[in-house]
Design a protein around this ligand. Structure first.
Ligand code: 8YV
Length: 323
């Protein structure tokens, strides 16, 4: 049987499915697999299932038999496409199955920032709730009927827009590299330039994939354009935002608050200034992390792995590797 390595955890039934096809080894330590360990495990494998780790030339040099890297994530900014093409290795991801779960979480972030839920949770648990009404200084801001500015109208973006429009009666503005006329017409969303979107939105949600074009897509100038009362939510990748500029914008009161699932460096440094800010809601990159969705992602990643190692076209080969 061909050999594969599972560098990310998958549920037991997914392991047994993989075991029917391949001889596998797996990383079962705490947290992400250390680079050295990964390098030492791939010299004889034809398939690699992974999440988040950089796949570059130097890693691929250690894996001469490798045919496929199956990402257990929809984002594939960890692929060095050129290096993979050079080594004749294809890459796959896990689209669709996480769209609803991630967009639910984005609304969790929007509501958390708007209604200051983490701050209030802390307040109650510290025994500071003394009168019947809550403290005025914790009053929040409405989500319903506010303007949602969505940067990135991809599959997840569409789900977020729907929740905004139909769940919260929000006015939806969007910016996307290519205009989505059909979606726009069907649901009455408004396409806006990035500048207009930033100027007019109460909640700016960043969902664009990370690529060389989107590094620091939102920085100092963009925060300046946002409303002072604006809330910024990042559900894409930390590198799409200039974090230093974001901290400065919060400190200067150029925006009211942020809610972040992703950071420049993950796990985030415990000394990071954002962690001292009550108006920064911070969660540890868990957009897709429900039991069902993570299990569906693992199943899809396994299916891609099996097809890729067996020389068939996997269902979720990413566009850069399609003929
Ligand atoms: C993470 C995501 O990959 O799919 C993506 O691109 O950002 C998430 O699903 C997941 O958190 C990896 O552990």
């Amino acid at each position: 049987k061909p050999k594969v390595f599972l560098a990310a955890p998958v549920p037991e039934e997914v392991e047994s499915y993989i075991g029917q096809h391949f001889e596998f080894r797996k990383w079962d330590g705490e947290g992400p697999i250390p680079d050295d360990h990964l390098r030492s495990e791939i010299s004889d494998v034809e398939g690699l299932l992974i999440t988040g780790k950089k796949i570059d030339d130097s890693l691929l040099n250690q894996a001469p038999k490798l045919k496929i890297v199956s990402n257990a994530s929809v984002g594939y900014n960890n692929f060095d496409i050129e290096a993979m093409q050079k080594h004749d290795v294809i890459g796959t991801n896990t689209p669709h199955v996480l769209d609803d779960t991630v967009s639910d979480l984005i609304f969790g972030l929007i509501l958390s920032a708007a209604r200051r839920l983490p701050e209030l949770d802390h307040y109650v648990k510290q025994g500071r709730w003394k009168n019947g009404e809550g403290d005025r200084k914790f009053f929040g801001t409405d989500v319903h009927h506010a303007t949602l500015g969505l940067i990135g109208m991809g599959r997840v973006g569409e789900k977020i827009a729907k929740r905004g429009k139909y769940g919260f009666d929000m006015n939806v503005l969007y910016y996307n590299r290519s205009r989505k006329y059909e979606v726009e017409k069907e649901h009455g969303y408004t396409y806006a330039s990035l500048e207009d979107l930033l100027r007019h939105s109460d909640f700016v949600v960043l969902m664009t994939p990370l690529s060389s074009e989107t590094v620091h897509f939102i920085g100092r100038d963009e925060f300046k354009l946002m409303k002072d009362s604006g809330v910024f939510v990042n559900g894409s990748r930390g590198q799409t935002v200039d974090e230093k500029a974001m901290v400065e914008a919060l400190q200067a009161g150029e925006i009211r608050s942020v809610a972040l699932d992703v950071f420049q460096q993950e796990p985030v440094d415990p000394e990071h200034p954002l962690l001292q800010m009550p108006n920064a809601v911070t969660i540890p990159h868990i957009g897709s992390a429900t039991n069902k969705t993570r299990s569906d992602m693992a199943k899809l990643a396994a299916e891609n792995l099996v097809k890729g190692v067996n020389g068939e076209e996997p269902p979720n080969i990413v566009k850069e590797f399609k003929d």
